[in-house]
Design a protein around this ligand. Structure first.
Ligand SMILES: [Zn+2]
Length: 261
């Protein structure tokens, strides 16, 4: 995961239609909160607003076409994911689903990211653990700023301060709880992710070796040229738009002290 910088200007669709919908959800909820809390009534959210082409495009651009959690390149195939779940939430896997969810944030720019289907639909789903569940905002009259989420919010904090990598394996820096919960819940060390990171790191190490070799043979012009190209490629691997940039940065930062493949 890396920090995501979304433009401050809210996409028009959310600012107009989203705002209207939000107002309507809040007033229907206020008329009968009990019915929403017991699940007799549920909200029907308008996907054509939060998943509108313009919203998706803005997210793709801000996230360089990558999943906000696993850093896989997904291009236009990603889902618009709600950081705080809109319909219902769970404090932990295996616990019951609580209703309603964060209905008032369904069309909020701050609450939206682009995620791959595996991260969004299979792993995160309705999970939204808090350090202190008693402080959870349960309706629009309460303030989510009082919450201490255990998922890293990549639009508000720098994930690289919480999650580091030993070679292809993610770990929580100094055992921090937020990093640990995010890695475990989103299965960042499972699926095909470690394998995909490893492939990238192996390539990176080869490039790094060329650079080192060239430093030892300054008179070899051909090698110097290869080293220049290798440095350019390494530079590209480090950028925000590169797949698995966080793992690549850790590998270079530690000079590959962790054995790679
Ligand atoms: Zn993902």
């Amino acid at each position: 995961m890396i920090r995501i910088y979304k433009p401050a200007v809210v996409p028009e669709k959310l600012a107009q239609d989203g705002k209207k919908k939000r107002r309507s959800h809040c007033s229907t909820y206020s008329r009968n909160p009990d019915a929403y809390q017991c699940g007799d009534k549920t909200f029907s959210f308008d996907r054509s607003i939060y998943s509108h082409e313009s919203v998706k495009e803005a997210l793709i651009k801000a996230q360089h076409g990558k999943c906000c959690f696993c850093e896989r390149l997904i291009g236009t195939d990603g889902d618009v994911e709600h950081f705080r779940p809109k319909q219902a939430y769970k404090q932990a896997n295996g616990e019951s689903l609580q209703r309603p969810g964060y209905y008032w944030l369904a069309y909020e720019w701050d609450n939206l990211y682009l995620a791959c289907p595996a991260c969004n639909q299979r792993h995160k789903q309705n999970l939204f653990p808090l350090k202190n569940p008693a402080k959870r905002a349960i309706d629009h009259k309460q303030d989510v700023a009082q919450e201490q989420p255990l998922f890293i919010d990549p639009g508000k904090e720098n994930p690289e301060e919480f999650i580091g990598f030993r070679s292809e394996i993610a770990f929580a820096i100094k055992g921090n709880q937020k990093g640990k919960v995010t890695i475990d819940a989103l299965k960042l060390n499972q699926r095909s992710l470690p394998e995909a990171r490893l492939q990238r790191l192996q390539l990176l190490r080869q490039l790094h070796q060329v650079v080192q070799l060239a430093a030892e043979q300054p008179e070899n012009a051909e090698l110097q040229e290869l080293a220049r190209e290798a440095k350019d490629s390494i530079e590209k691997f480090l950028q925000d738009n590169a797949e698995f940039a966080a793992a690549v940065r850790c590998a270079l930062h530690t000079q590959f002290q962790f054995v790679i493949g």
